[in-house]
Ligand binder design. Structure first.
Ligand SMILES: [Zn+2]
Length: 130
């Protein structure tokens, strides 16, 4: 149980998706049952992503990323809702493989997406106005 508590405490509590900030809520077993036994859900109206608290490791990453993809689908109005579940599942599973198989790529992306690096890149391309 201590390992699970430690794992749950390391979950991000909020994830920014475009103009929205989604709160990440860990569901206990009762909440999960009331949610149709789903591992996760994404509530766009309340901006809450719910994840089952019994998940860990790759399953937790995949489920949280899956719900973030639903948020992206919503925030950027990607398209037809009938295709959403299949599209989200396929892209998430692919992203989990790419992230897991390319840790250097993931680190490089994260580093270069930081606001500081973005400012550096803009300065390098267009000068800093001085
Ligand atoms: Zn889904």
């Amino acid at each position: 149980m201590e390992v699970m508590d430690k794992w749950c405490n390391s979950f991000p509590t909020e994830i920014k998706v475009g103009y929205q900030r989604y709160r990440v809520h860990l569901m206990d077993e009762e909440e999960r049952r009331n949610c149709g036994d789903k591992l996760g859900s994404c509530d766009h109206v309340r901006s809450v992503i719910k994840i089952s608290n019994h998940l860990a490791g790759p399953e937790a990453v995949n489920t949280l990323l899956h719900e973030v993809m639903h948020a992206i689908w919503w925030v950027w109005s990607v398209g037809d809702e009938t295709e959403e579940e299949r599209g989200v599942t396929n892209i998430t599973n692919g992203m989990c493989c790419v992230i897991a198989d390319n840790p250097d790529f993931t680190t490089w992306m994260t580093r270069n997406l930081s606001p500081d690096k973005r400012a550096d890149a803009i300065n390098a391309l267009y000068g800093n106005g001085n």
